[in-house]
Structures are given as structure tokens and as C-alpha cells.
Design a protein around this ligand. Sequence first.
Ligand code: NAP
Length: 328
Amino acid sequence: MTRLVTIFGGSGFLGRALVRRFAQDGWRVRVAVRHPAAAEFLRPLGEVEQIALVQADLANPASVAAAVAGADAVINLVGILFETRRQSFQAVHADGAATVAAATRDAGIGAMVQMSALGVSADSPAAYARSKAAGEAAVRAAIPGATILRPSVVFGPDDDFFNRFARMAQLSPVLPVFTADGFEVKWHGARPELDLFGGGGPRFQPVYVGDVAAAALAVLDDPALAGRTYELGGPTVYSMKQIMELVLDGTGLHRPLLPLPMGLAMTQARLFEHLPTPPLTRDQVRMMQADNILRGEAPGLEALGIVATPAETILPHYLRRYGPATAN
Ligand SMILES: NC(=O)c1ccc[n+]([C@@H]2O[C@H](COP(=O)([O-])OP(=O)(O)OC[C@H]3O[C@@H](n4cnc5c(N)ncnc54)[C@H](OP(=O)(O)O)[C@@H]3O)[C@@H](O)[C@H]2O)c1
């Protein structure tokens, strides 16, 4: 019999990839969103009537209960990158996840995937990471067999990471590289070399959005894989400086890289926070003070039988459009 999955946050970046993947695999997909009319674009990702849209807001438990009714599995992708007057990290990541988990448990559904993030912890200096950790704990408490996925930064054609830097490269004469305050002096024998980039800044392990979707599918397809916390990263660790070099390679643009000490990034972020959609917040700078890479302490993509896709094979396909026009 065809199985039904309810996906909260199915209209977002990861959501679009998951909806497509589950539909391709033959699942019926119920996408629970705040504004179903604005998510109509999802329907063509599946066959006629394979994808349904329902209204749900995590702040409204009755709407969440209605959205999970009759489902075989539930996925919660809802997340925000910065707080607004209407949505706090606590309300969305912690209380919202608890609401989804409680509704899932009360509906007698044992299969749930909670999308968390790499590096979350109850004692992180970043409120984003603390609230995501609280969400994980709430889900585990309600549904011990739930699966937690913790991706590093996720890339794909409509991501918010590489596209953001590519747009910046298009508009700005230089590209910033967040670095620890100060600089390092490296010695090559007796010859000192000034490293203004402090080793290249924070490190990331970008994971392909299609691999994250495959991971969610794998744990819901095979109960033996469920009930654990997986950390998802790509095949390569890059410093922030190397990330910017990937952006320049992918776009074909030439821009000098400029070290931007975290202290200065903090000041800049404080100003950006006055914008309705801040490109950087102080909380995000705090997140970047630790590397966002796998530590090998939790199973990853390989435990799910997935071969991680290298960023270099995908990035040029969607970053090229930011670069200089090429004659055919
Ligand atoms: N993208 C990454 O690199 C990355 C890395 C690590 C972890 N993650 C995690 O992965 C998840 C998905 O990220 P994403 O990049 O796909 O985010 P996204 O594109 O911003 O999508 C977020 C989704 O949440 C929905 N949403 C927001 N507030 C809601 C509410 N109160 N009730 C119901 N739905 C609500 C949004 O729909 P509407 O606003 O239209 O209602 C949207 O569908 C998040 O939990 C994020 O923390 C992402």
C-alpha cells in the first residue's frame, strides 16, 4: 500500500528536495505549510494527486494534529535562520518541534525525522544552536524511535549559502573571509610569513541537498536505520577561504579575498540586524566561531548507504549564472 508522509516545512529549500525524492519513491506526500496557496509550485514534483498541501503553523497545535492524522511518517523541517518579532528560535525550533512530536505520538505514528543541524548543543554560544538542541531533546522525549538528522551547511541549486556569496561576488569588489581576530605568523624555516586569514577561518563540510533527502528516505524505508542521530557532511572539509575560492571558481569571477576578523563581523552583523532580512546576524557569527564539520562521533551518510556528492561536481551548474556572460 502507498505510504503517506507529512512534511512540515516542505516548501523550503530542503523541503522541495525531500518532496521530490519521496514522490519519486512512490510515497504520497502531504506538505504542511503556513500558506498552501504559495506552495502550489510543489504539485508538479509528483504525479496527479500524489502531493497534497495542507495549512499548518507550528504555533497552532490543532493545525499540526490535523496535518499528521492518518500519516505513516512525519518529517519536521521547519526552521528559521534569524528571529523576527513574530517568530523566535525557542518558539519555532524548540516548542514547534515539541508540538510536532506530541501530535505524532498522539496519532500513534512511530516514524519521525527531525531535521536538526550539525554543531547544535545546549551550551552553544549561539541561540540558534541551543534552540535546535532543545528541539532534538523534545522529539526524543516524545518519540524514542525518532531519527535526528544533523546536516552541515547544505548546498544545492537554490541554497542560501553559496548563492548568497555568489551574489556578493557579483556586487562587491572583494569577498570577505571571516577569521579569528588577529593574524598568525607561520615560520618556513627561518622565514616568517604573515597569515592574514588565520588558517582560512572556520571550516565547513557542505553536504548536497539530494543526499540529505536520500538520508531521510533511507531511515523511513528501513526501520533498522531509524532511532539514531546521524551527522551529515560532504566528502570534503573546506575553510571559509576555500569556500570563497569555490564560489569564485564556480562563478568564474575574479575577486580578491579580504580577511574580516570576527570582531568586525560582529559589528557589521549588529547593523545588519536592523534590516528586515539581515544577510548576517550576531548569532550566525557566534555559530561560525566553531568549525561545522563531522567529528566521527555519530553515524553519517555511509551508514545509510549513501555516497556523498562532491561540491565541485554540482556548484558550477548553478553558480555559473553569476559570472561573466560567455559567448556560445
Ligand atoms: N539550509 C541549510 O544549509 C541547513 C543546514 C543545517 C540544518 N538545516 C535545517 O534544515 C531545516 C530546513 O532548512 P531550509 O534551509 O530548507 O529552510 P527554509 O528554506 O527557510 O524552509 C523553512 C520552512 O519552514 C517553514 N516555516 C517557518 N516557520 C513556520 C511555522 N511557524 N510553521 C510552519 N512552517 C514554518 C517555511 O514555510 P513558510 O515560511 O512558507 O511558512 C519553510 O517551508 C531547518 O530546520 C534548518 O535548521 C538547514
